[in-house]
Write a protein that binds this ligand. Structure first.
Ligand code: HEC
Length: 179
């Protein structure tokens, strides 16, 4: 008799444990669908509107790409979200020696010609992202239509060496090429 009850309660406990595991794994599935695509989508959503950003040198005029660029589009302009803009001086240039704080978002808009926005090159300081590089930066390269040109999960593999050249400020190169 005692044995029977014990068996029953053990079975119930097992069922309960199974239930918890099932609920937990379902939850996990909904929050962790293809993590790398999620990061690109997050970057795209954060970058596609320029509301609340400050332009490099306080100007939204399109600039001719520099001699040093690794970006093939002819024209560009760069903007900083409110957090990143704390590292700009009054003329809208990046202050010497800046280390951008968490949450900084820098977006370079790349244009094929004066009217056609082609791509966003993005740097986002988010050190707890699984796609962050060792310095906490997430690298985004996303076409204007939302398709991914270089996935954030590559962690800036094709970008970092060039952005580490002499004269960079926390990877930023605008100051060096647009004085
Ligand atoms: C061969 C060099 C080179 C490579 C590779 C390169 N960049 Fe750049 N990048 C530049 C230069 C130079 C600038 C300054 C503006 C310009 O002339 O394009 C720049 C500007 C930027 C900016 C604006 C912020 C700033 O001040 O630097 C972002 C964001 C950016 N690049 C992201 C990327 C990403 C993402 C990749 C890789 C997918 C990448 N870059 C690869 C050279 C490079």
């Amino acid at each position: 008799m005692t044995l029977k009850i014990n068996l029953k309660s053990v079975t119930l406990m097992n069922l309960f444990a199974l239930f918890i595991v099932l609920v937990y794994s379902c939850k996990k599935e909904t929050t962790e669908i293809n993590p790398s695509i999620n990061t690109d989508k997050i970057l795209y959503d954060l970058s596609k509107s320029n509301t609340g950003f400050v332009w490099y040198k306080n100007s939204d005029v399109l600039l001719n790409k520099s001699s040093g660029t690794g970006h093939f589009q002819a024209l560009l302009r760069t903007r900083y979200n409110a957090v990143a803009s704390t590292q700009l001086d009054a003329s809208g240039k990046v202050k010497t020696g800046s280390i951008f704080p968490e949450g900084s978002l820098i977006v370079k808009e790349l244009y094929d010609n004066s009217t056609t926005l082609s791509r966003y090159a993005i740097l986002y300081k988010k050190s707890d992202s699984q796609d962050a590089d060792p310095r906490g930066w997430v690298w985004g390269y996303i076409n204007a239509n939302g398709s991914v040109a270089d996935a954030a999960s590559n962690k800036g593999r094709t970008c970092i060496s060039c952005h580490s050249q002499n004269g960079n400020i926390d990877y930023m190169l605008m100051n060096k090429f647009f004085q």
